[in-house]
Design a protein around this ligand. Structure first.
Ligand code: HAM
Length: 454
């Protein structure tokens, strides 16, 4: 009997311990999901800088912004990215909704864009429809430097025209964006994988080449030999890379039309003075490409293919595959995190935005109360102004004015607030002048104008 009692006591202690651990666990700070990161306010300057460069570069080339949902039907990616690809087989965040629908958090943007193009009747617009977007993508990959489970891409897509100049334009625009950011030190890798017709012949060449070497291939590639031998060329395992290095280049198998198209793309790049490497072993890990494919690698990086800053190519069959009319298209994506990491690595700082012209400083309760309305008045009049309402001391507000780099501080003290006046301080020479509050907008505009002429 006493034994029984002690078990009861033990059970009681065990239960108590579980409860305690649960409480402890609940109090522990939670962390972000593996491979996903916060972008903090201090980093936003860099993101804003890149986005500004992107917008400025793309607008003259008539690329328009588009946003599509992060969640798409799983079938969309199976049908476009490709059932045999690593992305679809291993890397998708997919789930069944409460309504029983199978959905996936987009691992890449192109399928969603093509779906939107077809669904919204964009084929009735003037072609090509040129679109761009910066957004999050999700891939269940092993997180490491430059490889995350949530990451951002800038995507360009030009849908509805087959002209080779568009292939070159996308490469040119990526090159230009990276150059403007200070990352001109890149290698453009380019290849052509032709159309369905060219690939038919090349497929049998691949089968003939790999079959006698089948036993040396990795398990995945053994299966790929039957299902999709092109994917062997994209395998990242060393032994498969070595075997694949002896494959005859696909450019030797291009039909006349694909050959001419590729030659013209290269000519446009030559004219734009973009140095490229004709990389006949280059393959892409997505199934929808036709003709031109390219990647942008950081120059001199040993692991270049794994740390690509971007990639893309033509996808002339995808619109039709997703239920649209026969429509040609080309596009590409740059990885935002990889760009930011390169900028940091090279010590490149974001270019400072223009500083505000004016800081409104206040001292004392009455001045604080009156400041909101004055601040609104200044903003409404188009003056680039900042406030420091949460601060009390003049010293800290003047320090803030210096940090912001404003030209003028407007100082509203207790006395000024009572007399409807305000002090204008020139931050360059320290000269101060009293101005009537109802004249402040005109006076400050006048001073800003003459200040910038100095
Ligand atoms: P992608 O080559 O799979 O192409 O991805 C483009 C870029 O996204 C890569 O070069 C890399 O910079 C970045 N990226 C990819 N995976 C990760 C990751 N796990 N973590 C961080 N960055 C990553 C596509 O996605 C195609 N949809 C591009 C395209 C658009 N083709 C035609 N139009």
């Amino acid at each position: 009997m006493p034994r029984k009692k002690s078990t009861i006591v033990k059970k009681g202690i065990a239960k108590k311990n579980i409860v305690n651990t649960n409480i402890k666990k609940r109090r522990q700070a939670l962390q972000a999901v593996k491979g996903m990161r916060d972008i903090l306010p201090v980093e936003m300057k860099m993101w804003d800088f890149i986005r500004e460069v992107i917008d400025d570069t793309l607008t003259p080339f008539s690329y328009n912004r588009i946003e599509t949902p992060i969640l798409e039907k799983t079938e969309l990616f199976e049908r476009s990215t490709g059932e045999e690809t690593d992305i679809v087989q291993k890397e998708m965040f997919s789930f069944k909704t409460k309504g029983g629908e199978y959905v996936t958090m987009r691992p890449e943007g192109t399928p969603g864009i093509v779906r939107a193009y077809v669904e919204n009747g964009m084929s009735n617009l003037i072609q090509p429809v040129k679109l761009y977007y910066v957004g999050t993508m999700y891939r269940y990959e092993k997180p490491q430097a430059g490889r995350y489970r949530q990451f951002h891409q800038l995507n360009l897509e030009a849908i509805g025209n087959s002209h080779p100049v568009l292939d070159a334009e996308i490469i040119y625009l990526f090159h230009r964006i990276l150059n403007k950011l200070g990352l001109g030190d890149i290698e453009v890798q380019i290849n052509s994988i032709g159309c369905k017709e060219c690939r038919k012949e090349y497929r049998s060449t691949l089968v003939d080449y790999f079959t006698p070497k089948k036993r040396q291939l990795c398990e995945d590639c053994k299966k790929r030999l039957k299902s999709n031998p092109f994917r062997i060329l994209d395998c990242k395992k060393e032994k498969c890379i070595n075997i694949a290095s002896g494959v005859p280049p696909i450019v030797d198998y291009l039909c006349e039309e694909c050959g001419i198209h590729f030659k013209r793309v290269l000519e446009y790049l030559d004219e734009a003075e973009i140095v490229y490497n004709l990389n006949t072993t280059l393959m892409r890990g997505l199934d929808y490409y036709t003709k031109t494919i390219f990647e942008i690698w950081p120059a001199g990086d040993k692991q270049s293919a794994q740390s690509a800053l971007g990639g893309g190519g033509r996808y002339d069959n995808l619109v039709k595959m997703l239920g649209g009319k026969e429509t040609t298209a080309v596009g590409g994506a740059l990885g935002m995190e990889r760009i930011i990491e390169k900028l940091k690595e090279r010590g490149i700082e974001p270019k400072n935005k223009k500083s505000p012209d004016v800081l409104l400083i206040q001292l004392g309760e009455l001045a604080k109360k009156k400041s909101l309305k004055i601040f609104e008045n200044l903003i409404e009049s188009g003056i680039y102004v900042r406030e420091a309402l949460h601060r009390d001391s003049i010293k800290s507000q003047l320090r803030y004015a210096d940090k912001l780099g404003v030209k003028f501080s407007l100082i509203l003290g207790q006395k000024e607030a009572q007399e409807d006046m305000i002090l204008v301080r020139n931050m360059y020479d320290g000269v101060q002048e009293l101005v009537r509050l109802d004249r402040i907008v005109d006076e400050i505009k006048k001073r800003i104008k003459s200040y910038s002429k100095k």
